[in-house]
Design a protein around this ligand. Structure first.
Ligand SMILES: *Cc1c(COP(=O)(O)O)cnc(C)c1O
Length: 405
């Protein structure tokens, strides 16, 4: 018999790096989730932009079960059909000519940053090693990725950190112009900053980054780990901007909930990851790749991507109505189903309180920083679930406003 576990167990057996909410979800279907007590929730969180096809999508279950009966793991001593098919799909659907598979976003970025350094080392020598990144950016939690990330709190206490990294203000073209030099090997940008509050890059910033990278012989890296795989209404957000990177990283929604990450790049760049230069035991394993292949098949259709844009409108209308009734938000922003609602100044620091109240009312939402409520639901969330979730969120917002008079 399985031992019974509850939220108190967490304190007894887990490293305290997370502070999970009081409930324990045990089952999900589509955009609904149930906890241990049987209480039901509408899921506007989508596993932080991961469960792009909701929970337990029948075709993902079928793919996973089918692959589980054939082959789970080989190591990269052999290649496998699902990995080759997935890489083929990613090359067909994007600018990319080569793909490297990892198991998470941070690992995909780690590969991207190492590749950028190696490419510059191969072609220009070791002085060309500087990476330019943006303040408040987030690129993962390995030591290299927290160092490239623009939030010092994630690095504090873990130093000495890798060197040769500069941070500039996001969307500040002039700052980028001043920072870039012949020592720069790469500029790294999230097309929409996710963790720091859902802040879209301006087209001007991305275009400027592209042309400065070109003139300084540096690589442009887009971290699309949160924005990718249909989240913004295009398969990748760069396709909204018409600015093409040299390297793109993708993870989160790529596996629809099954762990996988990938780094996409052009062929000439890929050459710098020669045999033995980098690797991963699980990267490109058949289970993850098979599932991701089905995820791409299901998401990259004009119908689904257009529906993402429509659902953005539906959310916007609901949020506008909510904010007229209970004006707590300064602004709601984002693209597709990556939506951030920033609290008015007098409620700053209270996003988590609202998240908690939303949960009590039966809707799961996220925060991005201390002041922003973030919604990253399934890309196929039914309109009825949006309706129900928004009326629960409205109740939470009313309580939130009452308590913070
Ligand atoms: C989530 C995220 C990461 C890190 O991905 P993990 O899978 O948690 O390692 C990196 N960059 C961005 C933009 C992200 O949103």
């Amino acid at each position: 018999m399985q031992a019974s576990v509850n939220r108190e167990t967490f304190e007894q057996v887990m490293v305290p790096n997370y502070s999970p909410l009081p409930i324990i979800p045990v089952k999900g279907k589509g955009s609904r989730v149930w906890d241990q007590s049987g209480k039901e929730y509408v899921d506007f969180a989508g596993g932080i932009a991961v469960n792009a096809l909701g929970h337990c999508h029948p075709q993902l279950i079928a793919t996973l079960q089918q692959q589980a009966k054939n082959l789970w793991h080989l190591s990269n001593v052999w290649t496998n059909e699902p990995a080759l098919r997935l890489a083929q799909q990613l090359c067909d659907k994007t600018f990319a000519e080569r793909v490297y598979f990892a198991n998470s976003g941070a690992e995909a970025n780690e590969a991207a940053f190492k590749l950028a350094r190696k490419f510059a080392y191969d072609h220009s020598g070791e002085t060309k090693h500087e990476i330019i990144s943006c303040l408040n950016s987030f690129h993962g939690r390995t030591l290299f990725t927290v160092s490239v990330g623009g939030q010092p709190k994630y690095k504090e206490g873990f130093e000495p950190a890798p060197k040769g990294i500069q941070h500039i203000e996001f969307n500040n073209c002039q700052a980028l112009r001043e920072a870039i030099s012949d020592k720069t090997c790469a500029v790294v940008i999230e097309p929409i900053q996710g963790e720091s509050g859902i802040i879209p890059a301006t087209a001007d910033f991305l275009q400027t980054a592209r042309s400065l990278c070109d003139s300084h012989n540096a690589l442009l890296i887009f971290d699309e780990i949160q924005t990718g795989v249909g989240r913004t209404g295009k398969l990748y957000a760069y396709q909204n901007y018409g600015v093409t990177p040299d390297i793109l990283t993708t993870a989160k929604a790529l596996g629809g909930g099954f762990p996988i990450g990938a780094m996409l790049c052009r062929k000439t760049v890929a050459q710098s990851f020669g045999i033995g230069s980098h690797g991963s035991t699980y990267g490109g394993n058949p289970l993850a790749c098979a599932v991701a292949s089905t995820v791409l098949d299901l998401i990259d259709t004009p119908e689904l991507l257009n529906a993402v844009k429509q659902k953005h409108e539906t959310f916007s209308q609901h949020l506008e109505r909510l904010n007229k009734q209970y004006p707590i938000f300064h602004e709601c922003r984002g693209q597709g189903l990556l939506i951030g609602c920033e609290l008015k100044e007098k409620f700053h620091g209270k996003a988590r309180q609202l998240l908690q109240m939303a949960q009590e009312e039966g809707v799961m939402v996220l925060i991005a920083g201390l002041n922003v409520i973030r919604l990253t639901p399934s890309l196929i969330i039914p309109d009825q679930d949006i309706e129900d979730g928004m009326s629960r969120l409205t109740r939470a917002v009313k309580r939130f406003q009452d308590e913070n008079q």
